[in-house]
Ligand binder design. Structure first.
Ligand code: HXC
Ligand code: NAP
Length: 263
């Protein structure tokens, strides 16, 4: 991502990012590295995460499943061995498939809750002992489904709603240690696995774009910019917030034309 700030706002900072072998989280990792941070990334697939790390300036990649607390803990310990500390944590690993509740088994529902919600607890909980405190910034990646009930997304809605509440609880508990805990809620983002699954045809994509107030998909860069802000000292008094980076998705369907002749 070619948007380095001249003053390298993350110089001297170390970031640990979960679920960063692709998509939005890899975009955040690349943006952090370009702006001076040392970055460690994890995901399940050894092959994918090593290849992804090669696209993150000075970054390291490790295979770790966020459902497995010990493997997350080990990856954090390796990060500290390599880079000396952890200042910034992004918990973004997620799974999704489109299915009605009656079309998913208990294990199907549990799989998404395990990756998204339990995984986020594991990443944030395990990171605490490694954090450079005070001043650490933790953030989760949630979704509008946490707020907007959605058909065929019962597992994601439940898991992401849990992440929002967890974010706020941890912000209260860890604020006294100088640790900020926030979340970013991206809307539909272009060129991602998430949208490939949710809107797989050109017609579905067009319908989503037409329903968003800002009329279109966002870009990975849009989410990375919010993550950068939360990671820096500029956000030092911000904790327990869910920042929507969604073109207005959370507001609801905006497909009507209220401007008409007045535009
Ligand atoms: C019904 C399904 C299913 C489907 C899987 N399952 N796909 N059920 N419909 N389409 C069920 C399986 O049958 C199984 O239940 C259970 O889920 C676990 O499946 P596994 O394949 O064993 O799980 P696993 O290998 O852990 O893979 C997890 C996964 C997979 C979520 C199912 O899709 C994955 O790895 N996803 C990661 C990538 C991803 O989803 N990226 C998009 C993130 S975007 P049984 O009962 O048979 O054992 C996102 C969107 C947010 O989060 C919002 C965007 C706006
Ligand atoms: P993505 O590219 O599929 O990213 C998901 C990442 O999670 C992958 O790197 C995947 O890598 C990793 N992962 C999955 N299960 C894991 C596990 N158990 N342990 C560790 N890593 C795991 O999808 P994306 O669309 O960019 O989504 C990224 C984040 O943004 C997710 O939290 C998603 O919910 C959120 N989001 C996306 C959109 C969107 O428009 N795309 C909108 C709102 C929110 P491996 O396969 O190598 O494990």
């Amino acid at each position: 991502m070619d948007n380095a700030f001249k003053d390298q706002p993350l110089k001297g900072k170390v970031a640990f990012i979960a679920g960063a072998s692709s998509g939005i989280n890899l975009g955040i990792a690349q943006h952090f590295a370009t702006n001076g941070a040392k970055v460690a990334i994890i995901s399940r697939s050894h092959e994918k995460i090593i290849a992804a790390a090669e696209t993150v300036e000075g970054g390291i990649g490790m295979a770790a499943d966020v459902r497995d607390y010990e493997s997350v803990d080990k990856a954090l310990a390796t990060t500290v061995e390599q880079f000396g500390k952890v200042d910034i944590v992004v918990s973004g690993a997620a799974g999704n498939f489109v299915a009605p509740a009656l079309g998913m088994s208990s294990n199907g529902f549990k799989t998404v809750v395990d990756i998204d919600l339990i995984g986020t607890f594991n990443v944030l909980r395990a990171s605490f002992q490694y954090l450079n405190r005070p001043g650490a910034s933790l953030m989760s990646i949630t979704a509008p489904q946490a707020h907007n009930p959605s058909m065929f997304q019962a597992h994601v809605c439940a898991a992401k709603a849990g992440i929002n509440m967890l974010t706020q609880c941890l912000a209260m508990e860890w604020g006294p240690a100088g640790v900020r805990v926030n979340a970013i809620s991206p809307g539909p983002i272009a060129d991602t696995e998430g949208m490939a699954r949710l809107a797989p045809t050109p017609e579905m994509e067009a319908a989503v774009k037409a329903s968003v107030a800002m009329r279109g998909y966002g870009e990975k860069r849009d989410v990375a910019d919010v993550a950068m802000y939360l990671a820096t000292e500029n956000a030092r008094y911000i904790t327990g917030t869910i920042i929507d980076c969604d073109g207005g998705t959370k507001l609801g369907n905006a497909s009507g034309d209220a401007l008409g002749e007045f535009a």
